[in-house]
Design a protein around this ligand. Sequence first.
Ligand code: GLC
Ligand code: CA
Length: 557
Amino acid sequence: MADIKKTWYKEMCVYQIWTRSFCDSNGDGIGDLPGVYSKLDYLKELGVDGIWFSPIYPTPNADYGYDISDYRNINPEFGTLDDFKKILEGAHERGMRVFMDLVVNHTSDEHEWFKESAKSVDNPYHDYYIWRKGKGNRPPNNWLSTFEGGAWEYNPDIDEYYLHVFAKKQPDLNMDNPKVRQEVKDIMRYWLDMGVDGFREDVITFISKREGLPDGIPLPVATGVEHYKHGPHLEEYLDEFKRDVYDHYDCFTVGEGPMSDIKMAKDFVTEGPNQKLNMMISFEHMNANCFMVDWVKTPFNLIKLKSTLSKWQYGLYGKGWNCLYIENHDHARIIERYGNINYRVESGKMLAAMYFLLCGTPFIYQGQEIGMTNILLDKLSDCKDVMTFNNWRIFKKLGYSEKRFLKLAKDVSRENSRTPVQWSEAENAGFTTGKPWFNINPNYKEINVEDDLKNPDSILNFYKKLIKLRKENEVLIYGKYKEYDHLNPFLYTYERVLGNDRVLVVCSFKEGSVRFKAPKGYDLSKGELVLSNYSDNKIVNNGFVTKPYEVRVYMFK
Ligand code: GLC
Ligand code: CA
């Protein structure tokens, strides 16, 4: 058995907060830090060990905080540095850690550095960004951004273009400039010295661009990505951050790696002298109902999901560590992707157990714990996300009407995960006493925290059980993973084994019934059923016939 190094970040479970939609304390309709503070006990009760804040720094909100205009302060819409310090203290007192989002592939165009850099080609900050001369009347190359058409924006005052691989208001930093890397390290230290416990690093794998910025293979969005999704100096820069900063703190890092594969992840998270990150956020398992990007929908394919999860589970076991998630602020709600809205509670619980009991550190996104669902927006002007507007531009060309587009957005857009958290059946779901900044899902009277807390069979209480179960059983943290019955298109069956402890997890992704038979070596009657989403759990012939989206977890000691 591989010898796994035990450490706190492998044992924790993290809750992600997207503050704007979490809880509003002052009635201006925008979630804020005092609102978060008021829910610390709720989070503690849930059982989580840490909070990851999506960016809470000053921002013009072109991408709701992923466009930072000041790395050392708090968005005034959310509160003050003192409010943040109060949360830090309050979380630490409750035994919870706090992680910040570090967005250093780009800044906001309203950041002082960028404003300076745009003043003249010999301004000391000019080389903080990627400025180039055009080719005649055309941009320096054919790259497209992920969010807004071309990846270059022309500045007539200095007759140069700047690169933005996301929105226009998100100019890419020039990480090849040692001064920029110094700034980044100073920002890291600033927050770590304040007491922050680590970072989720936004698109960190994009920070190095291929020399010469060559043309890319044409794509509908993000043309050129092959030249920066794993650029030539990425490893070197991550090593530098680790050597100069992280190695001097008891902190942890999880790097977002869009389009990363298991080979790349192994290079980055394998423990030892060359380790660059503690974990990597992969997107691959989020593609089981789409092709490459969420907006190109395909029917849900369980075998695809299982193949990806197993690849990462086998690939990293004993070497590095997985980051486990099924929701965040960049995807539609999972029940409508991999589950079934007609079996919201059943499939919500099944999906929870499915990913939570894999080997890795589980992350829960706000609202996921009560099974929040997607929202159908009535008109384009109700939409808030730059990515939705970019896709509207593309889909309009394909002949989509606004109505048809909004129907698609309901299944795939990031709007879905950004509706305010539904705390109760009070007006505005208890999120605000004022006018909410964004539509609240009209189903808040049926789906809300207050009801879920009262109901022992709620999704929320299922998450609590899951968190507790994982905490109390090392086999669920460090145990070895093995998948069974891979070709079964409806059932996902896997085991976790540590010493003499064995756990068998059986998840049905089907509304109709499927016959499950325990794998060789298992006698279900000898196991203890530690978790399930139905009350009737009969065993027939060392197996059972599944109910819709049934999950059962058996433990053998
Ligand atoms: C990451 C973030 C996403 C953001 C993008 C650009 O993918 O998770 O929300 O829009 O980076 O910063
Ligand atoms: Ca507020």
